[in-house]
Design a protein around this ligand. Sequence first.
Ligand code: ZN
Length: 203
Amino acid sequence: MTRMNYCPQCASPLARRFDGGRERIACLAEGCGFIYFGDFSIGCAGVVVRPRGNEIEALLVQRGQNPFAGTWQIPGGYAEYDEVLSLAVEREVEEEAGIVATVSDVVAFRHALAGSSGGPSTNVYFIFRLNYVSGEPQHDGDEIAAAGFYTLDEMEDIEGVQGLSKWGIRQVLGSKSGSGLSVTSMGDPNTWQIYGLGEGDSR
Ligand SMILES: [Zn+2]
């Protein structure tokens, strides 16, 4: 699974070692102790809905770059290592689509092992419900080829809408705002957060 050959701490060649009940890639150099546990990443994406007459429309962006150039999905991306999830998803929605929206709750998450459809690292991907605040869809024409609000009916006529995105939108449309996991913190909300049922606030 890994292409890591040298220790990132001391640059010695890595070897296999039995540790914690299984074989792992580790550094055997005296006094180093580095163990490679694998590559992990955290992703987030936002379902932003707003009313259009008697219908509800949801925000989609079209990917301008590979992988999956041309496909449509809810806006999102990786959370930075020094960025909490709720801020990451709000940032991605604004960067990709020019929409200001605030986190309401988490409606689902996907756990995918490295090499599966989740991507190159073992990944947890959170799907958030966000409250629309302001803005009309914009796109940069590079990373994002198009952006817009569409009803589910309209999405049926768009080619290449990601199945997981449609599923996430249906999760939002079929549940009450705030009924998912909402975020709270017992410390600095910009550095650690708890997601739980019930008593979360809007951020
Ligand atoms: Zn080492």
